[in-house]
Design a protein around this ligand. Structure first.
Ligand code: G3I
Length: 363
């Protein structure tokens, strides 16, 4: 996913309506705790016990032996490794494998009776020196490509794998250029990846995973057309991943519209990386309470749309992280601790968004 570029929300110029915009109060998760109202101080229900489908989260090895890990184990029935099963960790420059971090997460998931979701095999954003070294030798490159896919899927048997991640660019929905596309062909690299994945594990759901499908209708259409084209070319795609990295200003109805379009392909759907950013750099007139409510409404709309799918199309509903402080959005390269995109605040207390989901799931 490209780094988010944030346009400040348009100001209400000319009406003098600009109240004092306290950017910090609307956006600082560490200074304005979202303690659950007294009425909710009762025991916090576990989403994994309420939901009739897998509810997932993203974890890092650094989360596992901490309060974040405990909350992840209690609340979620599926986990995705944030980066430990990606090429950036697994494939050393000399081509040797570093399976240790991924093994830890796979073992932790098993110990907590959670499904594992594999993420991700082929991604434009990570092409690894070991593959770049083979760029001029297509036969060896192809053999290494096939071997990598089969090896990871057999090392970490999972309910499903993101076989190809983010194949479409953000502009007009064209296929992204990548090392894989240049050596194997812009569509052939995807067909091959899915065919190798199927050979590796006949049972895993094989997913094409993408972001921006709820905010960019042109990208969504390109995604759907790509899936249809790849299926015709013989790619055994058996699931669709819609990442849902959205923000609090996503118009009501956009999430549901996206889900309805994806559902038309009649394949299982993974809401794969849901978080709802508060856009901490944007100026806003909203109070913190109103912002929390709007965030909850975005989460709830996607859960409602997902829950309405036929059971055969509900692969999993995954949020991308457990507590606000553990979100990728609060890494130094993004908002550095000023966002609050998840279901639990930095103290592990459930937020309005959590209660909105729990209520809908009968909690
Ligand atoms: O844990 C190490 C730390 O020890 C080290 O000091 C630090 C600096 O080198 O790196 C830390 O690892 C980083 C890791 O995140 C944990 O913070 C990796 O360098 C960094 O590459 C990794 O970034 C991940 C990113 O994908 C790239 O793999 C993020 O956690 C993860 O949330 C993000 O997830 C992506 C999905 O895979 C695809 N969709 C978009 C989503 C958000 O970008």
């Amino acid at each position: 996913m490209r780094r988010r570029t944030l346009l400040a929300a348009p100001l209400l110029a000319g009406t003098g309506a600009l109240a004092a915009c306290d950017e910090r109060s609307a956006a600082d998760p560490l200074e304005a705790p979202t303690a659950a109202p007294a009425a909710r101080s009762a025991a916090v229900p576990a989403l994994r016990a309420l939901a009739p489908f897998p509810v997932g989260t993203e974890v890092l090895t650094s989360d596992l032996d901490s309060a974040v890990g405990e909350l992840a184990a209690r609340q979620f029935s599926q986990v995705t490794a944030g980066f430990e099963m990606k090429m950036e960790v697994v494939l050393r420059p000399d081509g040797s494998r570093n399976f240790g971090p991924g093994d830890r997460i796979a073992a932790w998931a098993r110990a907590n009776r959670q499904r594992l979701h594999g993420h991700c095999l082929v991604w434009y954003a990570q092409d690894a020196a070991a593959f770049r070294a083979l760029e001029g030798r297509p036969r060896e490159f192809t053999a290494a490509y096939d071997r990598y896919i089969v090896e990871l899927m057999r090392r970490w048997p999972a309910a499903g794998w993101d076989v190809v991640n983010e194949p479409i660019d953000d502009a007009e929905g064209a296929l992204r250029p990548s090392l894989w596309a240049s050596v194997l062909g812009p569509e052939a690299y995807m067909v091959r990846a899915f065919q190798q994945a199927r050979a590796a594990d006949p049972r895993a759901l094989l997913i094409l995973n993408e972001y921006g499908l709820e905010t960019k209708p042109a990208k969504r259409l390109a995604f759907l057309k790509l899936v249809e084209r790849l299926l015709k070319l013989g790619a055994p795609i058996t699931g669709l991943g819609t990442q849902c990295h959205i923000d609090v200003d996503l118009p009501a109805g956009a999430g549901a519209a996206m889900m309805a379009d994806l559902a038309r392909l009649d394949l299982p759907i993974h809401v794969s990386e849901l978080d709802v950013s508060l856009k901490p750099r944007a100026l806003t007139l909203r109070s913190r309470a109103a912002t929390m409510e709007r965030q909850a409404a975005r989460y709830a709309e996607l859960l409602d749309a997902f829950a309405k799918l036929p059971a055969r199309q509900r692969y999993a509903f995954t949020v991308w992280g457990v507590r606000d402080d553990s979100s990728w959005l609060n890494s130094p390269g993004e908002y550095a601790g000023r966002d609050a995109p998840l279901l639990f605040d930095a103290q592990g207390a459930p937020k309005d968004a959590f209660w909105a989901l729990a209520r809908r799931l009968g909690g």
